[in-house]
Ligand binder design. Structure first.
Ligand SMILES: Cc1ncc(C[n+]2csc(CCOP(=O)(O)OP(=O)(O)O)c2C)c(N)n1
Ligand SMILES: [Mg+2]
Length: 604
């Protein structure tokens, strides 16, 4: 039995100190294989700093905490397991801090809600940093808990505590988190965790970070500290437009003859989806969407004539040039879109209304704020509340004067002998997924927007925000965690480079029995950069045939199925022939729908 703190009850079943608030009842979250701690029963008293922190975390609506362990938060680990009973948040073991954060990112993309992540002092946070940047650029919530060796040098163990202590650990990531703190007492740590949770959820969302000094976690508590009332939370989840902004936007809409709606970051809520469609239909507005963000509008709708792209497709540039009103709803890089349209020979002459609260996150370190937007009316609100308010105004339907448009033609079939193009892969995957809902968690860079069919907000989740390769596998696992038990199969199509950089994230899905289908579009190469190298050589009239050097991932070819099997996935041999693809994907989908983790390696 561990040493007793004076005056504090320790054993299960021992009465709590008078006046101590009873713990909120907690239940295991559904699904996900349980890792039940043994010998943990009933209401333990709070005896240590980290018990109080675990108690606070259990009162937030956090179902999971993804972690790579580290001695800097061994106190918190003990409390999460032996005090909290490994429930809400439940620990998810990861094989890299970058995956832990990517899992929280994928989870937030589906649910809109934060998960917790715990990363070790200095080195763990360094590993996590690219994934935090991705989550930042993608504006998703998550509560990142870090730690430091003793800030009080007199308490440091020789060597390790010195190299794992930083004067200002948050400085590593401060430029791409919304808020961070390194509290100096247990009481302050409780407030800080509650504050970080509140800040990360408030719109616009982005990760928040709290660094817990190991000394605070391991501090015995003679008195249990008061736990902040986390139900009293003033942070706004979203921002509605004010009446004047709604009135002004309605006026712009009433005058418009060719309105164009740019739907960017938006909610995964089906009702918001329906409202976006209703608003576009009311004004006959044409709609653009973007592969960087999740599905926002039915891609087959007549008002959505062009496939989405990562960069502005030429046909969409034409619409930007022809519109007389552009309503931008948290569109990623409006300034870049306007200048790309001009580059295509279609300068925008439209009045522009921009609805976003993103400037609240702009800090100048990275340029994810993009360029200055040429805007006639700025609506500092979240896009879906504006759509709701505009619809609620119940203006009569007003047909637009867009000329009749041809839908973009279907992509031409390709013929590489028996070989497989991404277009072939898209067609075969669509066929294999027909009949039951699926969620395309990720698509590789070369995927053509015409190969995306979205009819529901969870049909596609978009990209990773920061374009940090290696994010795909972890985000796929996070989406699988969020979709577990929903009847919607998570499917990630990943480049081999993206896959190999983050592949050990798969083990976490296998370990917790999260059904997931990973398809690797394997071209044995960092092909995107081969294209860049060819372009450079072409411009400089040098041999483009050398573009593969420094970029090919072959000789030896990594054996992805064997790798995946070693991580607990089912994986048959690589599919190389187009004729074998439908059956291979069909079998994989059946296996994944029956609860397995499956990988299909496709030579493209
Ligand atoms: C962390 C990181 N390193 C490097 C890059 C540059 N980069 C962009 S795309 C790409 C190639 C990705 O390869 P793969 O996933 O196989 O896709 P492919 O281009 O072959 O379709 C690289 C290396 C990046 N975006 N992120
Ligand atoms: Mg590749």
């Amino acid at each position: 039995m561990p040493a007793l703190c004076p005056g504090v009850a320790l054993c299960p079943g021992v009465a709590l100190r008078p006046g101590w608030p009873a713990r909120a009842p907690v239940t295991y979250s559904r699904g996900v294989r349980a890792e039940e701690p043994e010998g943990v029963a009933g209401d333990l008293a709070i005896e240590w700093g980290s018990d109080a922190m675990a108690e606070l975390l259990s009162r937030l609506d956090l179902r999971y905490l993804a972690l790579v362990p580290g001695s800097s938060y061994r106190g918190l680990h003990d409390s999460l397991v032996n005090y909290n009973g490994n429930r809400d948040p439940r620990l998810l073991v990861c094989l890299h801090e970058e995956h832990a954060v990517a899992i929280a990112h994928g989870y937030a993309k589906v649910t809109g809600r934060p998960m917790a992540v715990a990363v070790h002092s200095n080195v763990g946070l360094m590993h996590a940093s690219m994934a935090i940047y991705n989550a930042w650029c993608d504006r998703v919530p998550m509560l990142i808990i870090g730690a430091t060796g003793p800030v009080d040098a007199a308490r440091r163990r020789p060597w390790i505590d010195w190299i794992h202590t930083a004067a200002d650990q948050g400085a590593l990531i401060r430029h791409y988190v919304k808020w961070d703190d390194q509290p100096a007492s247990v009481e302050a740590a409780l407030d800080s965790l509650a504050q970080a949770y509140s800040v990360t959820r408030a719109a616009p969302s982005a990760p928040a970070y709290v660094c817990l000094d190991v000394t605070l976690q391991e501090q015995p508590l003679p008195e249990p500290p008061p736990i902040p009332d986390v139900t009293r939370d003033r942070s706004p989840r979203s921002h509605g437009p004010d009446a004047e902004a709604v009135r002004a936007t309605l006026e712009f809409l009433a005058r418009a003859r060719r309105p164009l709606f740019l739907f960017g970051r938006a909610s995964r809520d089906e009702r918001d989806w329906d409202r976006r469609v209703a608003l576009a239909e009311r004004y006959g507005a044409l709609v653009l969407s973007d592969l960087k963000n999740g599905a926002v509008f039915p891609t087959s709708h007549p008002l959505h004539p062009n496939p989405p792209g990562i960069f502005l497709p030429a046909a969409s540039a034409e619409l930007v040039g022809a519109a007389d009103l552009i309503l931008s709803l948290d569109w990623t890089d409006l300034a870049g879109t306007i200048s790309a349209a001009a580059g295509h020979g279609h300068p925008a002459a439209a009045r522009i209304v921009s609805c976003t609260t993103d400037s609240a996150l702009h800090n100048g370190w990275s340029k994810d704020a993009f360029g200055r937007e040429p805007v006639d009316l700025s609506v500092p609100a979240d896009p879906d509340p504006l759509v709701r308010a505009l619809l609620a105004a119940a203006e009569p339907a007003k047909p637009a004067e867009w000329p009749a448009l041809d839908r973009a033609p279907a992509l031409p079939a390709t013929d590489y002998g028996g070989g497989i193009s991404l277009h072939d892969l898209a067609g075969a995957l669509r066929g294999a997924l027909t009949g039951a809902p699926a969620c395309l968690v990720r698509l590789p860079l070369g995927w053509h927007g015409a190969d995306l069919e979205a009819g529901h907000p969870l049909d596609f989740l978009g990209m990773d925000g920061g374009a940090g390769i290696g994010s795909g596998p972890g985000m796929a696992v996070g989406a699988a965690l969020a979709l577990e038990g929903s009847g919607r199969l998570p499917v990630a199509v990943l480049g081999d480079g993206d896959f190999l950089m983050g592949a050990t994230a798969l083990w976490t899905a296998a370990h917790y029995r999260l059904p997931l289908l990973i398809v690797v579009a394997n071209n044995s190469s960092y092909h995107n950069d081969v294209v860049h190298a060819e372009r450079m050589a072409g411009q400089r009239q040098r041999p483009a045939r050398n573009a593969w050097i420094g970029q090919a991932i072959s000789d030896p070819d990594p054996d992805l199925p064997a790798f995946a099997r070693s991580l607990g996935f089912h994986a048959a041999d690589q599919v190389r022939d187009r004729s074998a693809l439908p059956a291979a994907l069909g079998e994989a989908v059946t296996a994944a729908r029956s609860g397995h983790c499956v990988l299909v390696d496709v030579r493209v």
